[in-house]
Ligand binder design. Structure first.
Ligand SMILES: *[C@@H]1O[C@H](CO)[C@@H](O)[C@H](O)[C@H]1NC(C)=O
Ligand SMILES: *[C@@H]1O[C@H](CO)[C@@H](O)[C@H](O)[C@H]1NC(C)=O
Ligand SMILES: *[C@@H]1O[C@H](CO)[C@@H](O)[C@H](O)[C@H]1NC(C)=O
Ligand SMILES: *[C@@H]1O[C@H](CO)[C@@H](O)[C@H](O)[C@H]1NC(C)=O
Length: 423
């Protein structure tokens, strides 16, 4: 009975005797820091000990399933010759001992280019059954670089924002973790809706209470590094852009207001200057036939500027009258006739003022007789004229003074040598 069981076990084992076994022992994956050295062990057990010829090869392929295999090193036994491609230059070597079944690969000055899958294969003539190769993963370790923290979105009340955290390098890929502190720098529990995934901290419906410090830690098995963000959540109207906009708007409004006020003042001042100049020119240049005080004082227009003109014209007339009364009165008479025609014309234009004009016409008639009387009076006075001339000059000065005075007081003038207004 025992003999039969033993025979069964032997029968089961027999098929394995003629097969080769190649194995890369644990641990898998192998890890080594960038810049360091690593040895990838590989052992093989041929079906028959002490094979005459052995070919050991190492190849590599990327992590992606479809990536091609690159056999970069081949070792021939027993002549111990090595063929290497330029893939890793002089940085690779093998440590082979065929009788002991050792075919180790050594890589120095590791770079991220060796962060791949390595395969050890052993070929022995006549020994093709079994496991002729094995693979392992080599992880080249790189400490995470200092991460960069950023804010995506607008830090205003009610907004959803992301805080992002990313290290440029790090192998294996770093993991990220956000922690939050309030404005007093005390740790706090984030809002339950907050998510922290792959370095993106998503904050929803943020408010003033969301403000504070957010620290991101990027870490792998080598090391960790942090960055932080100071988040201050603003009311929607108080962000920088709209604040700047409001300030700019106020400034522009003030500038416009200033321009408007300045223009108004300028125009007012200019008008005053023009008015003053007009009076001045009138005094010096206007001929007496243009108007007379009596007529104008009866005019429908009663505004002050007209009254000013009237006064200065009257003064003008008066002065000329004293200088040369005769020719002046002749001029005035023709002037009145002209004026009457003028008034007739204006009557057509101002029917509603007709009665007014009629009154004035009678007024003018009265005055004409008045002027006739005064003309003879002047004839009489002509002999006195030379004597009185000096006095007239004195009075001229007084009139000038009076005129200035009247203008200062801005009231309608009543010249001394004219009958008082009857209207
Ligand atoms: C790596 O191997 C090279 C030789 O290949 C040696 O000079 C160097 O000291 C080794 N460095 C480490 C960290 O073992
Ligand atoms: C925040 O991240 C999520 C997921 O990546 C994305 O869907 C969302 O649009 C991001 N929000 C902002 C404001 O960038
Ligand atoms: C956002 O938060 C405010 C209180 O902070 C709440 O009144 C409002 O309903 C929230 N909105 C949403 C969409 O959750
Ligand atoms: C935030 O980062 C700055 C450098 O960027 C550092 O000086 C400061 O200590 C950090 N604060 C915290 C709370 O980590």
């Amino acid at each position: 009975m025992e003999g039969r069981i033993l025979a069964f076990i032997l029968l089961c084992l027999v098929p394995h005797v003629g097969a080769i076994t190649v194995e890369i022992p644990k641990p898998k994956p192998y890890e080594s820091a960038r810049g360091g050295n690593v040895t990838l062990p590989c052992t093989f057990i041929p079906s028959k000990p002490n094979p005459a010829t052995v070919t050991i090869s190492w190849s590599v392929r990327g992590l992606e399933p479809e990536s091609e295999e690159d056999q970069f090193l081949t070792y021939y036994y027993p002549d111990a010759s090595i063929d290497t491609t330029s893939t890793y230059g002089g940085r690779v070597a093998v440590d082979v001992d065929v009788p002991k079944g050792k075919a180790n690969l050594m890589i120095s000055a590791l770079t991220l280019n060796e962060n791949k899958i390595f395969k050890c294969a052993v070929q022995i003539r006549g020994d093709v059954n079994g496991k002729t190769s094995d693979t392992t993963r080599l992880v080249v370790l790189v400490a995470p670089s200092t991460p960069i923290c950023n804010i995506q979105g607008t830090a205003e009340y009610g907004q959803n924002i992301n805080l992002t955290c990313k290290s440029e390098e790090g192998s294996p890929s770093p993991t990220y973790k956000w922690e939050s502190r309030d404005v007093q720098n005390m740790p706090r529990v984030p809002d339950p809706k907050t998510t922290d995934k792959d370095g993106i901290l998503s904050l929803y419906n943020i408010s003033k209470d969301t403000s504070g410090y957010f620290i991101c830690t990027s870490a792998n098995k080598i090391r960790s590094a942090t960055c932080n963000i100071t988040l201050s959540v603003m009311p929607p109207s108080m962000n920088v852009a709209s604040t700047a906009g409001i300030i700019a708007g106020v400034v522009i409004a003030l500038i416009i207001l200033f321009i408007v006020i300045y223009c108004c003042c300028c125009r007012k001042k200019k008008n005053e200057e023009e008015y003053a100049m007009g009076v001045h020119e009138e005094f010096h240049d206007k001929e007496p036939e243009k108007t007379s005080g009596g007529q104008r004082s009866n005019g429908a227009a009663g505004d002050r500027s007209d009254q000013h003109e009237v006064k200065s014209e009257r003064d003008h007339d008066n002065r000329r009258g004293y200088d040369d009364p005769h020719s002046d009165y002749d001029d005035r008479r023709s002037d009145y006739d002209d004026r009457r025609r003028d008034h007739d014309g204006r009557r057509r234009d101002h029917d509603d003022q007709r009665r007014d004009y009629d009154d004035r016409r009678s007024d003018y008639d009265d005055r004409r007789s008045d002027y006739s009387d005064r003309r003879s009076d002047y004839d009489d006075r002509r002999s006195d004229y030379n004597d009185r001339r000096d006095r007239y000059d004195d009075r001229r000065d007084r009139y000038d003074d009076d005129r200035r005075h009247d203008r200062d007081e801005d009231r309608p003038p009543v010249p001394a040598n004219k009958p008082p207004r009857r209207d």
